[in-house]
Design a protein around this ligand. Structure first.
Ligand code: PLP
Length: 428
């Protein structure tokens, strides 16, 4: 038996395991330390009452023969697809049909699986730093990957690739940098994709956190995007569904990218490329996926009720208040902070070393004095853990361009967030 050797090309991504190991070792050495995590990407606030009620109702229904439901439609129930169309798209002036929506168990599966529709010789572009799923799922398929650096110098806006690529993954608001593209900046990508026949995979998992008027919630707000983009949504951060599991993917029927694979399919099978990705994704899901649970879909539907919308908005406001506090406090301490305005993530530049790091390993964020170099992501991680008992995520774990940064999340409780900020300030 031969294994898929592409799997051997996966880098050992031990990021979160490494973090856990270091935290565990520190706790063993310092059992009294009250360690606060500002590193995790998971939420802390409970499900909102409208969702809990919907879950109860759905559970009761399933417990009665007359309303019991078994396997549901692989694409999702109409009640949810219709609610998505109405509230996430029509309400924003976007024309998406229910049969262009595919409900799933979350955006990780869909962003990881969608590449299966592409041939192995497609060239894939991703930003650096990046959500690792895009990279790893394409490494598993043996594709060549082109990295587009996102740095403070380019405002974390990637430049158009300077070589031919077939697919580009964009994630805005971005994990990990917390930065966004405004309508004009996203239009550059849509125009490029149409001009060059490039397919865009647009991950809108953090769309609900957008506060600024000029930041699009969906790529389909940009004219022409339905011809070139698939869009992924998740209820995980929108409504605390990291454990409930539900999301959806939009595959427009007019989508007609004619990159490597589709040109070839069209040529050899006589099939029009228009509608092809929609029907192939449908085929793929019907073969490999047996639908999202009824409970999760009823729970997701509840987010679109008037009460549900208000309640979910309040939870997001709670996290964004953390983000505001973090931005302010860290900026006042002298750190360079990016993101956190339209996203629950803050991307913080590591500070400089003090002149004598061996004697007093303490950072000087203002960069004063006779400094040698900036701290690496992991050096700063260790300082935060050991001095402030705060866990962050080293940016280097998200790609080469993440070196020299750490990611902080606004998903903690107010109490812990404030406590963590006070501790960091006291240690400087
Ligand atoms: N996309 C991005 C950019 C994410 O950060 C995450 C989760 O952290 C996901 C997708 C996965 O979301 P889900 O929980 O819906 O699988």
């Amino acid at each position: 038996m031969n294994i898929n050797e592409n799997y051997l090309n996966l880098s050992d991504n031990y990021l979160f395991a490494d973090i856990a190991k270091r935290v565990k070792a520190f706790k063993a050495e310092t059992p009294m330390a009250d360690v606060i995590s500002l590193g995790i990407g998971d939420v802390t606030q409970p499900l909102v009452p409208a969702v809990v009620e919907a879950l109860h109702r759905a559970a009761e229904e399933l417990g009665v023969a007359a309303s019991f439901r078994g396997y549901g439609p692989e694409q999702g129930y109409d009640f949810l697809r219709d609610a998505i169309v109405e509230h996430d798209f029509r309400g924003r002036g976007i024309d998406i049909a229910a049969d262009e929506i595919f409900v799933s168990d979350g955006a990780k599966s869909d962003t990881g699986n969608f590449q299966e529709l592409l041939s192995a010789d497609c060239v894939v572009a991703v930003t650096d730093p990046v959500y690792p799923v895009y990279v790893d799922s394409n490494v598993m398929a043996g594709r060549r990957i082109v990295k587009l650096p996102c740095t403070a110098e380019n405002g974390f806006v990637p430049q158009l690739p300077n070589e031919r690529v077939d697919v580009i993954y964009l994630c805005y608001p971005n994990n990990p940098t917390g930065t966004t593209l405004n309508i004009e900046q996203l239009k550059v990508w849509v125009d490029y994709a149409i001009r060059e026949n490039v397919l865009i995979f647009y991950d809108a998992a953090y769309e609900a956190y957008i506060q600024s008027e000029d930041v699009p919630h969906s790529i389909y707000e940009i004219p022409g995007a339905k011809q070139c983009a698939v869009e992924f949504h998740s209820y995980s951060k929108t409504a605390g569904f990291t454990g409930v599991r539900c999301g959806y993917t939009v595959v427009p029927k007019v989508l007609s990218p004619t990159g490597v694979v589709l040109r070839r399919v069209e040529a050899t099978r006589g099939r029009a490329s228009e509608g092809l990705l929609n029907s192939l994704w449908n085929r793929r899901q019907c073969t490999k996926f047996n639908g999202t649970s009824y409970l999760s879909q009823r729970a997701a539907e509840a987010i679109y009720t008037p009460e549900g919308r208000e309640q979910v908005k309040a939870t997001i406001a709670y996290y964004m208040e953390n983000a505001r506090l973090m931005r302010k406090a860290l900026t006042d301490m002298g750190f360079m902070v990016y993101g956190g305005v339209d996203a629950p993530y803050l991307w913080v530049k590591t500070p400089s070393l003090t002149p004598n790091p061996d004697l007093t390993p303490s950072p000087s964020p203002k960069g004063e004095g006779d400094f040698k170099k900036e701290w690496s992501s992991w050096e700063f991680f260790d300082w935060m853990l050991r001095s402030a008992h705060v866990v962050c995520t080293p940016g280097a774990g998200f790609g080469e361009c993440g070196e020299g940064y750490v990611r902080l999340t606004a998903f903690g409780t107010h109490e812990n967030t404030e406590k963590a900020l006070r501790r960091i300030a006291n240690r400087l």
